[in-house]
Write a protein that binds this ligand. Structure first.
Ligand code: NOJ
Length: 567
């Protein structure tokens, strides 16, 4: 029996952004061309040939704008200039041109929720109550006598009071993430206008899209209603509650869903089409609101549940079914296993590269846009760092915490340094990350670099890197994998051992079978003479169903892609 999802694509003209593949670069860790231990734009430019050869279509860059770097670029001081440690606007223009020359698209990280505390706007705003920029941020009087208590009980995403007191004006200012980054006030039309114009500034240069940082935090309740107690400690994909606190009045407000529509209008001023991907948290049903009632909001949002789903076919099937139900075609889902904030998935898989290949096959053959984090393709693992000396401000904030015990208990890490280590290019000192082998990179290189690096994996046909490369190629060459309707094939073993689904397009139907077990599986072939398009095993030659009584044999932890052979 076939599980039919409810969508009709007969008339739809697929847009480029609905079927692209995105690679995320964390500029600080990608490639250092100047030899100062910090990655930079020229370093990235020097690796574009490699990315093109791999088959990457779109690159999203974590922020490289001017910043005091207290949160490594997510604390922006000037939205329209490049941080000198990364390069100049001239380097940016060159990067964009070189990408476009290679037919690649560029997505910038737009941190519109807050600015650095060092941003001139904030410095002005904090200087006096009647400064013209005062209302660009959210200032309020405190409570109780002398106003020495914060205006309400809101807490930040990283825990603790969300208000900062300024004695000179005897008022509190609101921030949702860290006190070095203060929230902009989007109820002020001047702020909106300025930020929309900033988008236009980059779009005019030819940028193809934006990733919107913590967009769900843009608006807060105007009347500052107190939030209630929650039993939740760690936020999850389903719930934004954090550290015993609900976030009903500071996250995912109706005004924020409407704001997504306004952002879309700015994007729609441009041709060819550009796209927005939102970093928003909540249940899939809540996230859907950002897509807009008529798919006229954000083009897509990150769905992070994949990154925390255990390697269990039953769990993936249930997640996929929920996604297809909430975001049927033409809504565009996304598939994310990692980014600069979360542990690397290869470590969650206990460095099992066969499992990683199964997940990569799934990621690149489902309906939607895959986001691949740098280093993921070669299987770069997490690296342990001490909280006290952590580069990540969140790590330092929690340095009092007994981290090893904590990570073991709940599998959660408090320093994001773990997943941000320098890219492992080769087996030279510093893994080829820096042009200066004597320099200590800003974060230490994983000591796995001699075994896990690009140069080595390029030479090995069975490597994870080559598996991704072959997958990207199959995806590019087969329209059904880009535009095809998704159908899960139900089978008696579906819940326990393997996942199978098809992608069907007018002219093509493609089958994907993924064996999640360490055992061989014999599965009745759904078509005569299946033609092999891909296997996670680099040396599989074809599919011989005659040898197995009309069955397809899957070896342990093997994923295959095939289609009907017309001959
Ligand atoms: C989410 C980003 O992914 C994270 O790295 C950053 O620290 C916060 N937003 C604050 O901008």
């Amino acid at each position: 029996m076939i599980l039919q999802f409810d969508f009709n694509m007969a008339e739809w003209k697929y847009k480029w952004w609905q079927k692209t593949t995105v690679y995320q670069i964390y500029p600080r860790s990608f490639k250092d061309s100047t030899g100062n231990g910090i990655g930079d734009l020229q370093g990235i430019i020097s690796k574009l040939d490699y990315l093109e050869e791999l088959g990457i279509e779109t690159i999203w860059f974590s922020p490289f704008f001017d910043s005091p770097q207290q949160d490594h670029g997510y604390d922006i001081r000037d939205f329209r200039s490049i941080a000198p440690e990364y390069g100049t606007l001239k380097d940016f223009n060159q990067l964009l041109k070189e990408m476009h020359d290679r037919n690649m698209k560029m997505v910038l990280d737009f941190v519109l929720n807050h600015t650095s505390i060092d941003h001139p706007w904030f410095i002005e705003s904090a200087s006096s109550r009647d400064n013209p920029k005062r209302n660009w941020y959210i200032w309020r009087d405190g409570k109780k006598s002398g106003g020495r208590k914060p205006p309400n009980n809101w807490t930040t995403m990283t825990g603790g009071c969300a208000w900062l007191y300024y004695e000179n004006t005897d008022q509190w200012v609101y921030f949702h993430f860290l006190p070095s980054m203060i929230d902009l006030n989007y109820r002020n039309p001047e702020v909106k206008e300025e930020m929309f114009n900033t988008m236009r500034f980059w779009l005019d240069k030819g940028v193809d899209g934006f990733r919107l940082d913590i967009l769900h935090a843009i608006y807060e309740d105007e009347h500052l209603i107190n939030d209630k107690f929650s039993w939740t400690i760690i936020p999850s994909d389903k719930k934004v509650d954090t550290l015993f606190h609900k976030h009903k009045y500071d996250l995912n407000l109706p005004e924020t869903f409407d704001f997504a529509l306004e952002l879309r209008e700015v994007m729609d001023e441009y041709e060819p089409e550009r796209f927005l991907v939102g970093e928003v948290f909540g249940s899939i049903e809540e996230i859907k609101k950002y897509y807009g009632p008529n798919n006229n909001g954000l083009h897509m949002c990150f769905l992070f549940e994949f990154a925390s789903t255990p390697f269990d076919p039953k769990k993936y099937i249930s997640l996929l079914s929920r996604i297809e139900k909430a975001l049927p075609f033409p809504f565009t889902p996304t598939f994310v296993y990692g980014n600069h904030d979360i542990d690397r998935y290869i470590s969650l898989l206990k460095n099992n590269f066969h499992k990683a290949k199964i997940l990569a096959t799934m990621q690149l053959t489902l309906r939607g846009v895959p986001f691949i984090y740098y280093g993921e393709k070669i299987g770069m693992p997490n690296v342990r760092f001490k909280l006290k000396t952590s580069e990540d401000p969140i790590g330092r904030k929690f340095s009092w915490f007994p981290m090893p015990q904590l990570s073991r208990l709940i599998g959660f890490s408090l320093t994001r340094d773990r997943c941000r280590t320098p890219m492992q290019w080769n087996n030279e000192k510093n893994a080829g990350f820096s042009s200066n082998i004597e320099i200590e990179p800003w974060l230490k290189v994983s000591d796995t670099f001699e075994k896990i690096n690009v140069e080595k994996e390029q030479k090995n046909p069975a490597s994870l890197l080559n598996c991704y490369k072959r997958l990207l190629k199959v995806r590019k060459e087969n329209i059904a994998l880009q535009e095809g309707e998704l159908q899960l094939i139900e089978n008696e073993k579906l819940e326990r051992t393997y996942i199978s689904y098809t992608r069907g397009h007018k002219t093509q139907k493609i089958f994907i079978y993924l064996n999640f077990t360490k055992k061989e599986l014999l599965i009745k072939t759904p078509i005569e003479k299946p033609e092999l398009l891909f296997s996670t095993l680099s040396n599989r030659k074809g599919i011989d169903t005659e040898a197995y009584n009309g069955n397809i044999k899957l070896t342990p932890l093997e994923g295959i892609i095939f289609k009907k052979n017309k001959k």
